[in-house]
Design a protein around this ligand. Structure first.
Ligand code: SAM
Ligand code: SF4
Length: 357
């Protein structure tokens, strides 16, 4: 069947697979409802799905949630997909398996078992460097305890062999104007001290519960300007189909925490080369992060024990071929012509903790 390409000539490259919609935190910008959808996919169904996506061109598997470390079958899944790294009959196989986590459950033992199972990369989320900011951004009462856990998780991951110098361990931070933008420099400093790439994410209008308004978005350009005023930065551009624009600290080697990345999905959308397919924990496929709830394709009819592999592949290929989403760019265009329609009359979006970011 070969590599799938959509209506805007974008190839399928990344499968973001959510393993659970549940989370043990309540970040106000995400606000999971804590409800697991019925009909979670089994390990066998997830494998079928990943195999079909790889056959259609996906080279990267990103495991997410909710909080993916709440999923007890995580290591088993990672181990089970290893054979897909081999050359696939229809092209090269899977090149990387990555995980995005809030880090709270990443003990030394769990980090070792994930590495041992064959996980290549971990990105941990941390939105502040003080107990108060962490508590506010994660929706918890004891921010000091959470901060200590995430800082320990970074070291557990490093000790287990995830090398930040090779991009195997990174830090994500969502920055919201008026909520944690005072944490920009402290977060950059924390990442520099620990030799980690920090990825600063603009507050996005995903879901319908996070009270998003344009005024609460701190643009990536402003983040770079503020950090660059303290530590001069040089642009490195945005790699391939990547979401992040990268900047190099002039006083550092790139390998030693010398990279700052910003994800400008609101202020400078990159729909033009978005290559991500998202599948929820219950097997609903979405071709855009900003898709409307209920608009995804339920893959379960093709994920039955007696379903032929080709049928699932065919359904996914058709979904991808029909894809024409460029929601974030359309929002931007609406703003530019002054209607702000993208912000005020946009249809509802599926929730982030369900879609998996
Ligand atoms: N629970 C894990 C975590 O927080 O890393 C994985 C799932 S979370 C939905 C994936 C990523 O989405 C996290 O880095 C999180 O900070 C980010 N995220 C969630 N809601 C967001 C929003 N409204 N705007 C920007 N990023 C958001
Ligand atoms: Fe949980 Fe991640 Fe959402 Fe925070 S961003 S509530 S950690 S799923």
């Amino acid at each position: 069947m070969g590599r799938a390409t959509d209506q805007l000539n974008r190839p399928l490259g990344v499968l973001r697979l959510s393993l659970t919609a549940r989370c043990n935190l309540a970040c106000p910008y995400c606000l999971p409802d804590g409800v697991e959808p019925p009909g979670l996919l089994t390990l066998a169904q997830r494998l079928q799905l990943i195999e079909a996506a790889v056959a259609l061109g996906a080279r990267s598997l990103r495991l997410t949630g909710g909080e993916p470390l709440l999923h007890s079958g995580l290591e088993e899944l990672i181990a089970a997909v290893q054979p897909l790294r081999a050359i696939h009959p229809e092209g090269p196989g899977l090149r990387e398996i990555a995980l995005t986590s809030n880090g709270t459950l990443l003990s030394a033992e769990r980090a070792r078992s994930l590495r041992g199972a064959g996980l290549d990369r971990i990105t941990l989320s941390l939105d502040g460097t003080t107990g108060a900011s962490v508590a506010r951004m994660a929706g918890v009462s004891d921010g000091e305890a959470l901060l200590a856990k995430v800082l320990a998780a970074i070291e557990h991951a490093r000790a287990a062999g995830f090398d930040p110098g090779r991009g195997e361990l990174k830090l994500n931070a969502v920055i919201q104007r008026g909520a944690n933008d005072d944490q920009l420099l402290p977060l950059a400093e924390l990442a520099r001290e620990r030799g980690l790439e920090l990825r600063l994410i603009e507050f996005m209008d995903v879901g319908n519960r996070n009270g998003w308004r344009p005024e609460a978005v701190l643009s990536a350009a402003e983040m770079v300007e503020r950090i660059g005023a303290r530590w001069p930065l040089e642009p490195q551009g945005r790699a391939g189909h990547g979401t992040a624009s990268r900047w190099r600290y002039r006083d550092r080697e790139p390998e030693g925490g010398g990279i700052l990345a910003v994800v400008a999905s609101v202020s400078a959308p990159f729909c033009g080369d978005c290559n991500r397919l998202r599948v929820t924990a219950d097997g609903i496929a979405y071709t855009c992060l900003f898709a409307a709830p209920g608009s995804g394709l339920d893959l379960r009819p093709w994920l039955q024990p007696d379903s032929a592999a080709g049928k699932l592949q065919g359904a996914l290929a058709e979904l991808w071929r029909e894809r024409r989403n460029r929601w974030s760019e359309e929002r931007q265009e609406a703003w530019q012509i002054g209607t702000a329609a993208g912000a005020t009359t946009a249809p509802p979006h599926a929730e982030m903790a369900y879609l998996g970011g």
